[in-house]
Design a protein around this ligand. Structure first.
Ligand code: ADP
Ligand code: MG
Length: 447
């Protein structure tokens, strides 16, 4: 199916072609006709599948019809959890709407109020907002929703995870009941489903790929570590591999992100931190530098990295495992964007076992345990694992229990900490070795 067959306005089609999209993705194919027909819609699909265009295109098409009411305020409202996402959506709106005469704007935290106040005092076609700042303006009586025709909730699961359930309810209650509601989410379970049903009238449901099928194109590895120092060594090893083009490293705290970026910088990596304490413009600059390839290793916290859309990220490295298992899925979705394949590496200390269990339960599969020769963990994780490694020197006997993974590549192209190439065939060079796991779909055995 082509974009032409979706019956989009020629002005939108022209912009879609201009952005290099050849054909609609699955979610776009399914969601756009329903949204164009004016239906309420709840849609779920994994990250990177093109949900933004799935709601932006039909909404812009609706806005090409003249407004029925003369007043100030927005005709369409997109709610999204973070500033980064709001700005990304605004970019997509500007791109797809470039041949339409529409007024659009965004309302996010960290931006000055006067310009936002002025914007709210005028008629507006589409507004992209984060719930916090929008509520702020609403409580000052500055928002007129009388013209609102479409309410869109993007990354609904994440908005609820971030504690925006009450703001979302308050905002939904303040907009006209006779509206179209579109909800997009990575999952449609539990609370998301509940709130979706509460906000919609006879919604259509589009659901692509369940949890367990997601991220099939992403190789996921677990490396067991004894402690933080061991994790740092494993990280240093992975960061100098040739196949790593750009990495996103997750830490649990802002402080951790800052510190790690400093250490990596001292080791000679092109690196930067991305966290919630940074100003909006500093974050934007950092993301832009990453996108342009000026940064190779970005160290981030969950909130800051949410929705980050950089296609060239080859590796996501969980230095700290996320506290909420769902975040694991969101994190690894930052690699393998738009068809490319990616690698997710999680460094797991003994304290992290229960977090790992939760992640494996959520994803419905046992994640592959890997080791780096020379950096094996001291404490064997389980009897199971011990049995399969005993008696074979890892790397010397790849046929039996271990399979050597890119040994040649790892020893010839690796660099040392300062960034200069290691001696070719360095006998101390470490190769990644992966345990062949015939039973990788089994439930977790650690614990
Ligand atoms: P999601 O919101 O589902 O995580 P996005 O809307 O952010 O996904 O899209 C992910 C990436 O895929 C973006 O870089 C976007 O430009 C690209 N993309 C979206 N739709 C298409 C398409 N039909 N063809 C090619 N690339 C697309
Ligand atoms: Mg999205």
């Amino acid at each position: 199916m082509s974009f032409e067959q979706l019956a989009l306005d020629p002005r939108l089609l022209k912009a879609v072609k201009g952005s290099g999209f050849q054909q609609p993705t699955d979610i776009q194919r399914q969601a756009i006709p329903l949204a164009l027909a004016g239906k309420d819609l709840m849609a779920s699909a994994q990250t990177g599948t093109g949900k933004t265009a799935a709601f932006v295109l039909p909404t812009l098409q609706r806005l090409l019809q003249p407004a029925t009411k003369r007043s100030v305020g927005p005709r369409a409202l997109v709610l999204t959890p973070t500033r980064e996402l709001a700005l990304q959506i605004s970019d997509a709106v500007a791109q797809f709407g470039q041949f339409c005469r529409l007024t659009t704007g965004n309302l996010v935290g960290g931006m000055p109020y006067p310009a936002q106040n002025r914007m709210l005092g005028k008629p507006l076609d589409l507004l992209v907002a984060t719930p916090g700042r929008l509520l702020d303006h609403m409580s000052q009586g500055r928002v007129n929703f009388s013209r609102l025709e479409v309410l869109i909730l993007d990354e609904a699961d994440r908005m609820l995870d971030m504690g925006f359930i009450q703001p979302v309810k308050t905002i939904a209650a303040a907009v006209p009941a006779a509206r179209q509601t579109l909800l997009f989410s990575a999952t449609l379970e539990g609370q998301v489903l509940k709130i979706a049903k509460a906000l919609m009238k006879n919604p259509e449901r589009v659901q692509l790929a369940a949890n367990r099928d997601r991220h099939a194109s992403i190789a996921q590895h677990i490396y067991q570590a004894d402690d933080a120092a061991h994790k740092r060594k494993l990280l240093a090893h992975h960061l100098v591999q040739d196949e790593l083009t750009q990495a996103l490293v997750f830490t649990a705290t802002k402080r951790g992100a800052r510190r790690m970026a400093k250490v990596l910088d001292e080791q000679g990596h092109a690196t930067a931190a991305l966290h919630g304490d940074m100003s909006q413009s500093a974050r934007k600059r950092t993301v832009e530098r990453m996108r342009r390839g000026k940064i190779r290793v970005l160290v981030a916290t969950d909130v800051a990295a949410r929705g980050l859309d950089i296609c060239s990220i080859s590796h996501v490295i969980n230095f700290d495992l996320p506290t909420v298992a769902e975040d694991y899925i969101h994190r690894i979705g930052r690699t393998g964007r738009a068809q490319a394949s990616g690698t997710a590496i999680s460094l797991v200390a003994p304290d992290d076992r229960s977090k790992l269990n939760q992640i494996e339960r959520l994803t419905g599969r046992r994640l592959e345990r890997s080791i780096v020769v020379g950096l094996e963990p001291n404490s064997r994780p389980s009897r199971n694992e011990t049995r399969s490694t005993r008696g074979s020197k890892p790397g010397t006997n790849p046929g039996s229990h271990f399979r050597a993974n890119n040994v040649g590549k790892a020893t010839s192209g690796r660099r040392n900490r300062k960034g200069s190439p290691l001696k070719k065939g360095n006998p101390r060079g470490r190769a990644s070795v992966r345990r062949q796991d015939a039973n990788s779909n089994a439930l977790p055995t650690l614990g």
